[in-house]
Design a protein around this ligand. Structure first.
Ligand SMILES: Nc1ncnc2c1ncn2[C@@H]1O[C@H](COP(=O)(O)OP(=O)(O)OP(=O)(O)O)[C@@H](O)[C@H]1O
Ligand SMILES: [Mg+2]
Length: 170
């Protein structure tokens, strides 16, 4: 997956402001899902959430996570994008109050083509994706020397968290 993405266009290495990316992702999600409660929160850590990387690919990362949070959860639940710093990392989090993921699903969601049972059963309607989005997220985050992880409690919601090395750690 990563090799194929790289063949299309190399990953750029320029300063990228994650706050701008987060604000744009929230704005975009509010446009496509006008009925949803979609919030932006700032994590109050040191410095600013600036990283070295590829603006378009990092937008793709957050876009995939926000799209998932909107499409794979009930319409009456909220979505929050958090951005900021934690120690020497810049952090992006997408938090939802949806149905959450089981332990097995948490282990497997980043695999190519993996979809949970509830997602597969909706495949004819909206929310039926290809199961590739999170594998692309994982490949792009790895290409930025970062990590992506998911915390989730079944029935309560999920938090997808991307940590990337900050451009100017103290
Ligand atoms: N926020 C979420 N809450 C509950 N389930 C989720 C969430 N995000 C992802 N999932 C589950 O993980 C699966 C894999 O997600 P992924 O983004 O890789 O694929 P997709 O959204 O189904 O399709 P694609 O992103 O390729 O259009 C989804 O099908 C869904 O079952
Ligand atoms: Mg997806």
């Amino acid at each position: 997956m990563l090799a194929r993405l790289d063949e299309q266009r190399p990953i750029e290495r320029r300063p990228v402001d994650l706050l701008a990316i987060a604000a744009d992702a929230v704005h975009g999600a509010r446009v496509v899902a006008p009925g949803r409660a979609i919030a932006l929160e700032i994590l109050d850590g040191p410095g600013i959430p600036e990283v070295i990387g590829d603006d378009i690919r990092l937008r793709q990362v957050l876009g995939n996570l926000v799209t998932n949070a909107v499409t794979h959860t009930p319409a009456d639940t909220s979505v929050t994008v958090r951005v900021g710093t934690v120690g020497d990392d810049a952090v992006l989090e997408v938090v939802d109050n949806g149905q959450g993921l089981s332990e097995i699903d948490r282990e497997r969601v980043f695999e190519r083509f993996y979809r949970t049972d509830s997602s597969r059963s909706r495949s004819a309607g909206t929310g039926g994706g290809s199961g590739l989005g999170l594998s692309i997220v994982a490949a792009l985050v790895a290409a930025h020397n970062g990590i992506v992880e998911v915390d989730s409690i079944l029935g309560e919601g999920s938090t997808f968290r991307v940590r990337l090395p900050r451009l100017r750690p103290e």
